[in-house]
Design a protein around this ligand. Sequence first.
Ligand SMILES: C[S@@+](CC[C@H](N)C(=O)[O-])C[C@H]1O[C@@H](n2cnc3c(N)ncnc32)[C@H](O)[C@@H]1O
Ligand code: SF4
Ligand code: SF4
Length: 347
Amino acid sequence: MRRIPLYFMIFRSFLGYPRFLAKILNPKFILNERLNNREFRLRKLYLRTLPIHAQIETTNECNLNCKMCPRHLQKRKKGQMTLEKFQKIVDQLPFVATVDLHGWGEPLLVKDLFKMVDYAYKYKGILCSFATNGTLLNNETIFKIINSHLYRVLFSIDTTDPEKVRDYQDFQMLIKNIKKLVNLQRNTRRSLRIQNGITLMKGNLDDIPNVIKLLNQVGVEDITAWAVTTHDQKLLGSQFDLQITEDVMKKVKALSFSGKVRFLGKLKRLLENNAEETNKICRAPWRSCFITWDGFVYPCCHLINERYCFGNVFETSFQEIWNSPEYRQFRAAFVNNPPEICKRCGW
Ligand SMILES: C[S@@+](CC[C@H](N)C(=O)[O-])C[C@H]1O[C@@H](n2cnc3c(N)ncnc32)[C@H](O)[C@@H]1O
Ligand code: SF4
Ligand code: SF4
């Protein structure tokens, strides 16, 4: 059977979201987008435009303790965002078209999660997506996912050996539930994208073909991957760290040629050791932002040191934070000397 090109599937899936299409076809949105591209190309520090994408961490609480996840090393206060706080944030981001609702935590734990998805879509034309460890899938959450305006759910299966990476209680049940969701999505013809993201680590590299096989068996063919990223020295050098060697490069290339996995372009370039060049093309500091459950603004989910915290949206307006002297200084420094972690990042 001929495979339908992915970009066509993505475009077709957006047709099911008229409010989103109305938003991105609005002249004000288009103008902001074009100008934003220009400001990025010219490496402007003060931006007249606002972000197009945001990652809003609805919670940093989690029911798992994955070994490669820097969450357990973070000293931040734990909690979850309320619908009211979420509304306060998106109301300040008029040109944001897509929002990821996960940060360093499990979004399916968030009480108001689906209310947030619906508010964003119905009142702002925003399409939401989230990554999930999938362990909280059950008939109720599957029903909520199918009946919400969510455009994408990204599972995080990166091993077939549950002991290796994540402390899953019942791996078989998780796989069964993903299959249930896939079947329901097919039967209802709902334009929801079901994707899986693999975090590539030293410890799971040889298991990746099995992961792909397992996912394909349950009907998940939309698979992406990125290399493990962390600034924490406790994780670097461990069995989770992935050094980009020639050998690794060969393995990953072989997988990407299997036609089943869509590796991020940046990862391929990283593997080809063009890190220097690729760092410069990360648009995150111009185009998007990461906002924690308690309102702190960072350039992206990887740069969450105090040094990269530019304010709190519950105390200062987003617009003020976006062009604060600290944010502008960060953009200036980023152009010539991006943080070390950017060399490993899959964006
Ligand atoms: C931090 S999790 C949050 C959402 C949810 N708890 C989950 O696991 O999918 C988002 C994604 O980050 C990935 N991840 C975890 N630790 C990572 C690391 N050190 N580097 C890169 N990605 C990582 C996870 O595998 C998951 O796909
Ligand atoms: S990767 Fe996701 S599930 Fe695992 S500990 Fe981190 S936030 Fe939790
Ligand atoms: S870590 Fe660097 S490359 Fe990755 S998204 Fe953040 S700014 Fe971009």
